[in-house]
Design a protein around this ligand. Structure first.
Ligand code: UFG
Length: 322
């Protein structure tokens, strides 16, 4: 039995589907603050539980007796983390310490952790490999870096088996349209563009068109959520043999304008755009060196074309269930 914390969220719910399809039994613990109960595959067991409540965590471990944990549960709004750092340090860091403590009580030795390229901060070179210095520029990124460091210390002291997966920009939706991205509020580029195309928003703002990039807009590495899900399944098998951090990206960047063009192509409709100032804290370009994840996990992202990735997101957007 694999316990998935935050399994009602975007990446968690796709990972559960992947795990179940690969023959694992899954249980989800989620406080449903941002997650959706309807995102959890009905084949998985579900318990509403908050990592800040250690007794409810103990109840989950008692009930499901997991052999490993995949840990997604976290608050993940970068802007909010700047205004409300206490909320982020408490939930993300203390929540993880509670989880690790209950894992030790129940002799659970293996964890796959949901980390982020936000732990790198402003890139010093591209593509970003795992050795790139980590200088996060917001509390959200700092909480994730602290947890990476905690896991490394627990490995040294207690023999914890762990892999931290540093995602670049998670994107897209399940190919069968059953689940997809749904944040409230939504701040991410692809769903915002698609909702503007659908007429649910008047327009979208392009944050900065004067960057030193070929078309002046920011470049990000959009990695399909089903490729992320697959990497978690592989990491479950490899944690303990390899312990450490791995980048998950396609290794290729797309600009904001290229994403908009992909959305217009997928939908056959035009997106109304506004040009706005740069968003504070946005690096001009980010993309991953993903060679280590490929080598360690034997992982190969299937979606390498932004048009294909956005097509799955559009397919979800026009038929969304939550
Ligand atoms: N963007 C716009 N307009 C919008 C929203 C976004 O132009 O309305 C641009 C952003 O400036 C950025 C790109 O689209 O250049 C992608 O922005 P997102 O907000 O979708 O994603 P981010 O790159 O800011 O954030 C992602 C993850 C975070 C993670 C971060 C690390 O969502 O969790 O990468 O850099 F911390």
């Amino acid at each position: 039995m694999i316990l998935v914390t935050g399994g009602a969220g975007y990446i968690g719910s796709h990972t559960i589907k992947g795990l179940l399809d690969n023959g694992y039994d899954c249980a989800v613990a989620d406080n449903l603050v941002y997650g959706h109960r309807g995102a959890v595959d009905p084949r998985a067991a579900f318990e509403q539980a908050d990592l800040l409540d250690k007794d409810s965590l103990r109840h989950v471990f008692c009930k499901f007796r997991p052999e490993a944990v995949i840990h997604f549960a976290a608050f993940a709004y970068v802007g909010e983390s700047v205004c409300l750092p206490q909320k982020y340090y408490r939930n993300n860091v203390i929540g993880t310490l509670n989880l690790l403590s209950v894992m030790r009580e129940f002799s659970v030795e293996k964890i796959v952790f949901s980390s982020t390229c936000a732990t790198y901060g402003e890139p010093q070179y591209l593509p970003i490999d795992e050795e790139h210095p980590q200088n996060p520029i917001n509390p959200y990124g700092r909480t994730k870096l602290m947890i990476e460091q905690i896991l490394s210390d627990y490995r040294q002291a207690y023999g914890l088996k762990y892999i931290s997966l540093r995602y670049f920009n998670a994107a897209g939706a399940a190919a069968d349209g059953s689940i997809g991205e749904s944040h409230r509020p939504e701040t991410h580029l692809i769903p915002l563009v698609l909702q503007a195309i659908k007429g649910e928003r008047q327009s979208i703002k392009i944050f900065g068109s004067d960057y030193n990039t070929p078309d002046g807009t920011c470049i990000r590495d959009y990695i399909h959520v089903e490729d992320l899900a697959e990497a978690h399944c592989l990491a479950l098998e490899k944690a303990g043999i390899f312990n450490g951090c791995l980048n998950l990206g396609t290794g290729k960047g797309s600009s904001v304008k290229e994403v908009v063009a992909a959305a217009e192509k997928a939908s056959g409709l035009k997106c109304s755009l506004e040009y706005a100032p740069r968003r504070p804290g946005d690096p001009a370009q980010l993309w991953a060196d993903n060679r280590k994840a490929k080598e360690v996990l034997g992982w190969h992202p299937r979606y390498t074309d932004i048009n294909e990735i956005v097509r799955t997101a559009w397919n979800w957007e026009i038929n969304r269930k939550f």
